[in-house]
Design a protein around this ligand. Structure first.
Ligand SMILES: [Zn+2]
Length: 502
């Protein structure tokens, strides 16, 4: 784990997926990865551990150290792909954390156990697997689940009775009726971490010893982070598309990240199909018009609205699970003429400002995100450059002007980069020799302004680079003030971009 992982966990670590990849080095150790979702609902890495065995003690040690490294912060929910040793260790170390099992892995086993040899009675017969799916995804009430599972268990082969008992015993970890209140961010499986694990499997040779293995692992993490940076940047460019000009959506567009806004907008659209069946005091029963005939009718929901406290609770529990308001709650808010999202229902972890908080470590020291500044600079440069591109791509002359300017800028940056190192070594040398710089030294080193250099180039090779500059001169006052401050190597890049845009 490093500072960036700790900072990411502090912001987004309520729900953790712990996945294991086995036999990844020459000792056949297991690699456990801790991952989660950031504010864009993109995968972030919280940490990783190499374990020499898969015993309860080993997993317990890993979870214990993970919590310790994260200043004692415990996740609300942990998803894993298996029970047994991991389950026992979670009970020991994180007794208050909800342990959820990956439904994809369970379903894969269910397919093997329940499909073999089953003959369908007719085309509507979904078989035992269909019944199992209902237990996993459909039944909302425990009694319904118990009844449905009992019927299913009575039909399975004797050889599969052990599996059906095992899966029933851990029902709280996978059945919807036990999971609907759990804070999961909408996760039901560990598949989100698969891309990381498949990368590990692809790139990590089994012949690696521990040290080389960790070197390779760090390289993979770096590559993932680079992708994260690009992904963050492109998402900041993509403005949420507000399809309807209504206050609650406009507010959501301002605060949520694009992906979360899309989810919220979908709920707003669904609320258009919702209707109030009845009102009893502050309890609303909300029904849904069934537009799609193939879709099973949706259940009515009870929504409790408290105007004084500004609280709204729906029986579908979407907010408690995912962290955004459901269509039923939005319908009631609209009915109550509430045109904004009550503040407590905007979770910071889904907002564009989710990374603004300062994170401290166990000793109370601020954890610096070493890449944050770089990321911000890169995002700002790309944003500004993107604005220029949009302005000039349809005009050949302007395009050529910007292209020439950028190429020249690149030369200047490279020159400055080289001189920067040289200057540093010179000043170090001067310091060590205690030499005093003469004023004249500075003057002789003065770099020429952009237009000065261009003029020289024009004379030197006859290329009319300045012509492109003259294109904006008649209509742009700022261009008349093109000085070293704007375009010279001592001017900052922001000024240059400002001058080009306006
Ligand atoms: Zn609801």
């Amino acid at each position: 784990m490093d500072g960036r992982m700790i900072a990411a966990y502090a912001r987004f670590g309520e729900v953790v997926i712990f996945d294991t990849t086995f036999g990844t080095n020459e000792e056949k150790w297991a690699l456990g990865t801790f991952v989660g979702f950031n504010n864009f609902r993109e995968i972030v890495i919280f940490g990783a551990a190499l374990m020499c065995d898969q015993s309860t003690e080993s997993f317990a040690w890993v979870f214990d150290k993970f919590v310790e490294a994260n200043c004692g912060k415990r996740p609300i929910t942990v998803f894993t792909d298996q029970d047994s040793a991991i389950g026992k260790s979670l009970e020991q170390v994180l007794p208050d954390t909800k342990h959820a099992l990956c439904v994809w892995h369970i379903m894969k086993n269910a397919q093997k156990k329940l499909c073999a040899g089953y003959k369908k009675k007719d085309k509507n017969d979904t078989g035992l697997l269909g019944e199992f799916c209902k237990c996993m995804f459909k039944y909302e009430v425990e009694e319904e689940f118990e009844k449905g599972f009992k019927e299913l268990a009575g039909k399975v082969d004797k050889k599969d009775e052990r599996w059906i008992k095992f899966i029933f015993d851990c029902k709280e970890k996978w059945a919807y009726c036990f999971m609907k209140d759990a804070y999961t961010l909408g996760i039901r499986s560990t598949q989100a971490s698969e891309s990381i694990n498949s990368d590990l499997k692809n790139y990590l040779s089994c012949k690696l010893n521990v040290n080389r293995f960790m070197d390779h692992f760090e390289r993979i993490v770096d590559a993932k982070r680079e992708k994260e940076i690009k992904s963050d940047y492109y998402m900041t460019l993509r403005k949420p598309k507000v399809r309807y000009n209504i206050p609650i959506l406009c507010e959501a567009g301002d605060v949520y990240t694009t992906n979360i806004f899309e989810l919220f907008q979908k709920e707003c659209e669904l609320s258009g199909s919702a209707y109030i069946e009845s009102i009893d005091g502050n309890i609303y029963t909300v029904g849904m018009c069934n537009i799609n005939v193939e879709e099973p009718s949706r259940k009515s929901r009870q929504v409790v609205w408290n105007r004084d406290e500004q609280t709204i609770v729906c029986s579908c529990k979407k907010f408690e699970r995912v962290g955004i308001l459901c269509c039923h709650a939005i319908k009631v808010l609209d009915r109550e003429d509430i045109k904004n999202i009550p503040p407590r229902y905007i979770l910071k972890r889904w907002t564009q400002d989710a990374n603004d908080d300062t994170v401290v470590d166990r000793e109370g020291r601020v954890i610096e995100d070493a890449m944050l500044e770089v990321r911000n600079r890169k995002a700002q440069l790309m944003r500004e450059a993107s604005l220029i591109c949009d302005k000039v791509v349809h005009d050949e002359s302007l395009f050529q002007f910007v292209l020439d300017g950028l190429r020249f800028l690149l030369l200047q940056v490279e020159e400055r980069d080289g001189n920067h190192d040289e200057d540093n070594s010179n000043s170090q040398l001067e310091n060590s020799l205690r030499l005093k710089k003469k004023d004249g030294d500075n003057r002789s080193k003065r770099r020429k302004a952009w237009n000065e250099n261009l003029s020289r180039k024009k004379k030197d090779n006859g290329q009319n680079i300045l012509n492109s500059q003259s294109l904006i001169r008649p209509s742009n006052n700022l261009s008349q003030d093109i000085t070293e401050e704007h375009f010279g190597c001592y001017g900052n890049l922001e000024d240059i971009q400002y001058s080009l845009i306006y």
